[in-house]
Ligand binder design. Structure first.
Ligand SMILES: O=P(O)(O)OC[C@H]1O[C@H](OP(=O)(O)OP(=O)(O)O)[C@H](O)[C@@H]1O
Ligand SMILES: Nc1ncnc2[nH]cnc12
Length: 175
């Protein structure tokens, strides 16, 4: 990420202690999402990095949608929603995983990806890495290739990258 984009991202992150559970320091990116000029700088940074190198953008519910859909449009690509369990109609692939503050199951429809498609996977925060690892598994189980992950923020003390060996992960490291 360019220094400009990283500075803007840091300036538009709000920290909320003890949310959603005691002991968790929540990194809230809604200040970024509600400032169009700042959000555009971050989207442009990601779009320029991956232009011509990916075929589709996928994002994880819910905050990955806020980032992924405008990014995909900006890149002239389609967007695939990876949703929490029970929300998508028809046949789905499913994965369950542990979160910093609970457990979750995510799904994608079996017709979402074309075999061999190069996927850019996006979300707002990499914490334990459970969501990202499960999402990679889903995409690749569906026959597509995860080219890289754009996560905006990475919580350094949770070592989420350990669950993503060999993956290209772009994110700003935060405490
Ligand atoms: O690295 P992990 O420990 O897996 O955590 C990261 C995930 O947690 C948050 O989503 P959350 O599940 O809270 O759902 P939301 O987007 O609906 O708020 C965040 O947006 C990531 O998807
Ligand atoms: N501490 C945190 N802040 C924001 N999103 C998260 N997702 C998982 N852990 C999180």
């Amino acid at each position: 990420m360019t220094e400009d984009a990283a500075r803007i991202l840091a300036a538009h992150t709000r920290e909320v202690a003890d949310f959603p559970k005691p002991g968790v320091m929540f990194k809230d990116l809604t200040p970024l999402f509600r400032e169009p000029e700042a959000f555009q700088v971050v989207l442009d940074d990601i779009a320029e990095r991956w232009a011509g190198k990916v075929d589709v953008v996928a994002g994880v519910e819910a905050r990955g949608f806020i980032l992924g859909a405008p990014l995909a449009l900006r890149m002239g690509l389609g967007f695939v929603p990876i949703r929490k369990a029970g929300k998508l109609p028809g046949d789905t692939h499913t994965r369950s995983y542990d979160l910093e503050y609970g457990t979750a199951t995510i799904e994608v429809t079996t017709d979402a990806f074309t075999a061999g498609h190069r996927v850019l996977l996006v979300d707002d925060v990499l914490a334990t890495g459970g969501t990202a690892a499960a999402a990679c598994d889903l995409v690749e189980g569906a026959g597509a290739e995860v080219v890289a992950l754009e996560m905006l923020l990475e919580l350094s003390f949770l070592n989420g990258r350990d669950k993503l060996p060999g993956r290209e992960v772009r994110a700003i490291l935060v405490d």
